[in-house]
Ligand binder design. Structure first.
Ligand SMILES: [Zn+2]
Length: 274
């Protein structure tokens, strides 16, 4: 009997601690979101992120609030010889937070730090071929690790943000992987609201992924970059870039895929480009 009472009290205290922590986090995020960006920060966004200028005013305000939270909660560090400045942090935060608009957000909860390299960098990749395992050098623009770190090439991040119509944005790509990895592995399916949404998602995404693979094999062109045919996780990251940067063509050529991404991201980039 005593043990039962102790365990009930412990559970109540634990719930109270969790609730208190969540309340504290939300309260401090509300304060950060209410803080406007400076005129200089807004100028940097308008110079280096044309997508920001395309957003309706209400989404610009929302994005600025998310940027403040992101900048307060995430650590940045340099890989290689790069001096990170506030404008770099701002640009990464702004592009990443595009994925959070109009949705309940936990601000990429697993991401603790963002490592910036000056440009594309070398990384070791384990290769399995013909029964042998080898370490090979690979040139990378970015990486997303499920428990803590995003790695980005700064020059490619800047270029991806500066051209908002080419369907290439490594920041959107790597942070889309984070949304996918929230449950642990990268499967190409982020957290959805209910069973039916998963069923609908798998139906559309499997079909579109297989179509892209066939097109790539037949060397046919697609609005979706061929890298998306690598696996389902890359497909989701690549179509996220296409959704935000080539929405008109994506909706015209893949209406069901566009609609599914629209339902997930809760924004309609077509209206930003029309
Ligand atoms: Zn990727």
């Amino acid at each position: 009997m005593t043990l039962i009472i102790i365990s009930i009290i412990a559970t109540v205290v634990w719930c109270y601690v969790l609730w208190g922590k969540a309340y504290f986090i939300e309260n401090s995020r509300n304060k950060l979101r209410a803080k406007p960006l400076t005129t200089e920060q807004l100028l940097v966004l308008s110079r280096t992120m044309p997508l920001y200028s395309r957003l309706p005013k209400s989404l610009q305000v929302q994005l600025c609030g998310h940027i403040q939270v992101f900048l307060a909660e995430k650590q940045f560090s340099a890989g290689g010889e790069l001096t990170i400045n506030d404008n770099m942090r701002l640009l990464i935060a702004a592009n990443a937070c595009l994925l959070l608009l109009n949705r309940h957000s936990n601000y990429f909860t697993n991401v603790k730090s963002i490592v910036l390299y000056p440009s594309a960098y070398r990384a070791k990749q384990t290769s399995h071929q013909h029964g042998t395992v080898a370490q090979v050098d690979q040139i990378r623009l970015g990486e997303s690790w499920p428990w803590g770190t995003i790695v980005l090439s700064w020059s490619d991040s800047l270029q991806g943000s500066a051209n908002e119509e080419d369907g290439h944005n490594v920041i959107l790509h790597e942070f889309a992987h984070q949304l996918d990895q929230q449950n642990g592995g990268a499967t190409g399916t982020p957290k959805l609201s209910d069973k039916n949404s998963y069923k609908h998602w798998h139906g559309i995404f499997s079909e579109e992924y297989n179509t892209l693979r066939k097109k790539v094999c037949a060397q046919k062109r697609s609005v979706i970059d061929a890298y998306g045919a690598t696996n389902e996780a890359e497909f989701f990251a690549v179509v996220t870039e296409t959704f935000f940067e080539r929405p008109l063509e994506l909706r015209q050529q893949h209406p069901a895929l566009y609609e599914t991404l629209y339902q997930y991201y809760q924004v309609d980039p077509v209206s930003w480009f029309e």
